[in-house]
Every structure is written in structure tokens, then in C-alpha cells.
Design a protein. Structure first.
Length: 343
């Protein structure tokens, strides 16, 4: 598991955010704030009292079933939708107070967006599509095409600059969408189910590519998916939504080990925990003397399986990426995850 970004001023903060669709949302929100269980006829509660922070460089995966509110929440974070109540702050600025011009400037300078529908311009080539947001920003032709070529190279489409979207596979079209969103050098990257339309092999390939790009570029990422396996593979933290509310927000390890609600437990019931839980997720502070070499905290229990079976220590030291000791892992607890309660 990657080390979580250091805490500090969040890049994104949501405070008691509501989004209600219907004829009188301002009345519905007052009713629900007074009584969360109150009926609100003719209104849809798309986002319900959501509060969360996203740190610089963090990848937060927001997941849930269709209709859970995950896509609406992301659109509220970027103010593609106006919220009904609460506040969304980007680097401490309440974006609900920004003028239209200031909001457009913020999106152009800070935000990149990729959606499930690729949204490519069919009459423009790959290079033209990637350069398009820079054209809208007013950059000169030489500068924008130089930048666009860099992004085309980055996502592995060198040699296809002159192709039109219809001449590309689904995975290649998605790469163009990613390159276009990166061309503006966003600090914040919103991705709404960008791989869900792809077949499994291409989807896995795009996940690999996405992880590579995030490692290179250190973006703050909000990634929407309904696929729990995808969430586990990509996330620093996962927020699981139901009926517009967040059921649990935590690291993949903790969600798998300690689901907060029965609903969250359903998502984790079929998961091989040994492939998700990392040594760092089981590490606990201890004053007991620790002998022998430490294991790397980023390794999964599955990856450590042979060592766990052969090791005789009851407490195994665990080290972070910098080599410093972060705690000790109980070997029996790890074996229970690896082999089940009969270990």
C-alpha cells in the first residue's frame, strides 16, 4: 500500500454538502436537516450531508452502485452542479462564491476531467483533440501542439497523432481523453468511470497506465467507479456511497478488515483479503523487543505468504518506504487472513 500523503491544508474539502433535485430543494434540505428520516415527496436526494477532505497527491476512489450519488458528488466538487447546501472548497477557497469567470479560470488552471464517454471531437485528429483545451485557453499554435505531442507520447500513442477517433480502438480513444485532460497540467484530476466501457483486458491495461501516470505526475485524483476490484487496486482511500451518503471512507486495508456497515461488508465479502491487506495495515505500535529483519509495509499478506509460514516470530517488525520502523505485525493475525481461521 502506498504511504498516504502528509496531512495539511486539504486540496479539496466538502463540508455538509447536499444536492437535492426537485421543485423546492431549499425546503427539502431544511426538512432533512431537522429530521434525516423525514419524507421529501417529489425530491431526489442525490448527495446527503457529505463531509470529506482530500490531501495533495492523494487518490480518493468514490464508489457505489448506480444511483448511489458518486457521479453527482464529483460534479459538485467541480461545480458542474450547484450544491443545495454546505460548501466545497478548493485549496481553502469556497468555489460556490466564485464568479463565472473565476470558476472558468480555476477549471482551466487547476482541473482535468475524464468521463466514461470519451467526448472526442470526431472531425479532429488525435493531436488536435489533445491540443483543443489549450486552444480554448488561448495558447499559440506552436506551444499548444508541442505540449499536445508530449502528452500523446506520455500515454503511448506516438505515431497515431494524425488518426481520427473513428480509426482508434476504445482503449486508444480513452488514452486520447486522458492525454487531453493532462494537457492543461491540472493539479486536480477528476475521472468518472473512465474505463467502464472497455473490455477487461484493455481495462487492466488502462489501470496499469493510469497508475504509471499518477506515479510520474503526482496529481490529486478523484476516481469514480462501481468496481470494487478496481477501487482496491487504485485507491489510497475509498469512499463507499449509498443513497447519497458516505457509508465509510478509509484505506482499502481497513475497509476490507473492518467494514463499518453491513452494506460495506457486502462489497468485501467475496474479496481475497490476503491480496488486499498490506503488512502496514496490520502494523501496531509496540514496546515489546523485536528481533530480526523487518518486512516492507507495502507488501501484501499474499506476497509475504511463504515468509509468514516459515517465520517463527509472534511479532514481525514492519518498515515504511523510508526503512523506518512503523510497528509490528502479529503473525497469527496475518496467518488468519492468509489461510482463514483454521491457520
Amino acid at each position: 500500500m502506498p504511504d498516504l500523503p502528509s496531512t495539511g491544508t486539504p486540496v479539496i474539502s466538502c463540508r455538509h454538502v447536499w444536492k437535492i433535485f426537485g421543485p423546492r430543494p431549499e425546503v427539502a434540505i431544511k426538512t432533512l436537516q431537522a429530521d434525516p428520516a423525514a419524507p421529501t415527496p417529489r425530491h431526489v436526494i442525490a448527495v446527503r450531508n457529505v463531509s470529506l477532505d482530500v490531501a495533495a497527491g492523494e487518490m480518493l476512489v468514490v464508489m457505489g452502485l448506480s444511483g448511489s450519488g458518486k457521479s453527482t458528488l464529483v460534479r459538485c466538487m467541480s461545480r458542474l452542479l450547484e450544491i443545495t447546501g454546505g460548501a466545497v472548497m478548493i485549496e481553502g477557497r469556497d468555489i460556490g462564491t466564485l464568479s463565472d469567470a473565476a470558476l472558468i479560470d480555476l477549471r482551466r488552471r487547476k482541473m482535468g476531467m475524464v468521463f466514461q464517454s470519451f467526448g472526442l471531437l470526431p472531425h479532429r485528429t488525435v493531436l488536435d483533440n489533445v491540443a483543443f483545451p489549450l486552444e480554448m485557453r488561448g495558447q499559440d499554435r506552436t506551444t499548444r501542439y508541442k505540449r499536445a505531442q508530449e502528452m500523446v507520447d506520455l500515454v503511448g500513442l506516438t505515431g497515431r497523432e494524425g488518426y481520427f477517433p473513428r480509426e482508434l480502438s476504445g482503449g486508444q480513444q480513452q488514452r486520447v481523453g486522458i492525454a487531453r485532460s493532462l494537457a492543461v497540467e491540472p493539479d486536480i484530476w477528476f475521472l468518472d468511470e473512465p474505463f467502464s466501457a472497455l473490455d477487461p483486458l484493455i481495462r487492466r491495461e488502462m489501470q496499469d497506465e493510469f497508475l504509471r501516470l499518477k506515479g510520474l505526475l503526482n496529481k490529486t485524483v478523484i476516481f469514480i467507479t462501481h468496481d470494487f476490484d478496481e477501487a482496491l487496486r487504485l485507491a489510497d482511500r475509498i469512499a463507499i456511497m449509498k443513497d447519497g451518503a458516505i457509508e465509510q471512507i478509509d484505506t482499502p486495508d481497513q475497509i476490507v478488515l473492518h467494514p463499518a456497515t453491513p452494506y460495506v461488508a457486502k462489497f468485501t465479502s467475496a474479496i481475497d483479503r490476503s491480496r488486499v491487506v498490506h503488512a502496514s495495515g496490520l502494523a501496531r505500535p509496540t514496546d515489546a523487543p523485536l528481533a530480526g529483519d523487518a518486512v516492507a509495509g507495502h507488501l501484501t499478506i499474499r506476497a509475504l505468504s511463504r515468509q509468514l509460514v516459515d517465520d517463527s516470530r509472534s511479532l514481525i517488525p514492519v518498515a515504511g518506504k523510508d526503512g523506518a520502523l512503523i510497528g509490528a505485525m502479529n503473525r497469527q493475525e496475518a496467518l488468519d487472513i492468509l489461510l482463514g481461521d483454521e491457520a
